[in-house]
Design a protein around this ligand. Structure first.
Ligand code: FES
Ligand code: FES
Length: 163
């Protein structure tokens, strides 16, 4: 066991971990179960979190690699909510534009979307689709996810097809 210290959603945390512990297991084991595990092979993106501001697939990062890092999970996004319902702008847009069905992929989609919008204020549909190539959704066919992200960036999506 090795002592690990990092910051998660703005809070310092120090805990013993095994060298083989994955970041996603560390987070979920500490109660942050919003970060999902869909494949454990770095393909589905359900485990996406931000590490020092950059999106990473937490199933492909050892917890010890996050030593000293600033990690944000989907729970941290909710705490940034501005609408009084604890939802961030992106989460609210997913809700409004039906960007989720079962919701399994949603945390990873939102963390990836947040990373994109930080770099590109108003991405095109093509840019969004390209950015989401590492995130798999088994339900929605992606269309409403893309629409929600465009809406979250303040773009008019009224002319975008509903389905
Ligand atoms: S669980 Fe990490 S990419 Fe699928
Ligand atoms: S909403 Fe079900 S996997 Fe994406």
């Amino acid at each position: 066991m090795v002592m690990l210290t990092l910051k998660i959603n703005g809070h310092d945390r120090t805990q013993e971990v095994e060298g083989r512990t994955l970041l996603v297991d560390f987070l979920r084991g500490g109660g942050l179960t919003g970060t999902h595990v869909g494949c454990e092979t770095s393909q589905c993106g359900a485990c996406t979190v931000h590490m020092n501001g950059a999106p990473v697939k937490a199933c492909s990062v050892f917890a010890l690699e996050a030593e000293g890092a600033d990690v944000t999970t989907i729970e941290g996004m909710a705490q940034q909510g501005e609408a009084g319902d604890d939802l961030s702008v992106i989460q609210a847009a997913f809700k409004e534009h039906h960007g989720l069905q079962c919701g399994f992929c949603t945390p990873g989609m939102i963390m990836s979307a947040a990373a994109l919008l930080k770099d590109v204020a108003q991405p095109t549909e093509a840019q969004i689709r390209s950015h989401l190539e590492g995130n798999i959704c088994r339900c929605t066919g992606y269309h409403n996810i893309v629409k929600a992200i465009m809406a979250a960036s303040g773009q008019d999506v009224s002319s975008v097809a509903a389905q």
